[in-house]
Design a protein around this ligand. Structure first.
Ligand SMILES: [Zn+2]
Length: 178
């Protein structure tokens, strides 16, 4: 059994992300190192992915840089029809090649953390202001007043803490004296 290896480098840039028309990532600069191990019946493809993508911040919707770094491995085999099974991909013999563009896009989007927000204070202020106004129906009250209102409601809620009845206090004294 003869094994050969090949290496290839890709740069996924803004053009790549624009052309692939994925929803999650539309901009970025990601380097991909591909190592191919060829065997007689299958190819093993190792992708080393590292770079930065720009996705909307969860809080202010402005684009923000999110670093991505991941390693992915797939096996490619020739077969009659196209098929995917876990990390095994069957490529039709008539085609004889695999288009890795969508795979790469998926690897990159999977590497993005679920939550991505700017670090504190870095959000687009005009945007967060607009969002706040929108959420609160356009009134301009400061949020600190809301907090005070909440505190007031809480202290007025008698269910939070057990009410101390003076009669039980005297009962306690009896027990303590025994
Ligand atoms: Zn933000």
């Amino acid at each position: 059994m003869q094994e050969t290896t090949a290496d290839a480098d890709f740069l996924l840039d803004n053009l790549f992300f624009a052309q692939i028309e994925g929803e999650e990532v539309q901009r970025g600069k990601v380097h991909v190192k591909l190592r191919v191990k060829k065997a007689i019946h299958a190819c093993e493809l190792n992708f080393q992915i590292e770079g930065v993508v720009q996705v909307p911040c969860d809080r202010c919707l402005d684009y923000m840089d999110v670093p991505v770094a991941t390693n992915e491995k797939i096996l490619v085999k020739l077969g009659k029809t196209y098929g995917e099974e876990g990390s095994l991909i069957v490529v039709p013999e008539s085609d004889g090649y695999i288009n890795v563009a969508w795979l790469l896009y998926e690897f990159v989007s999977l590497a993005i953390p679920m939550k991505h927000v700017h670090s504190p204070g870095k959000c687009n202020k005009s945007m967060t202001g607009k969002l706040k106004k929108h959420l609160r129906g356009g009134d301009d009250d400061e949020s600190s007043e809301d907090m005070e209102d909440l505190d007031f409601d809480r202290s007025g809620d008698s269910m939070d803490e057990p009410v101390t009845d003076p009669r039980w206090d005297s009962l306690k004294d009896i027990y303590n004296n025994n």
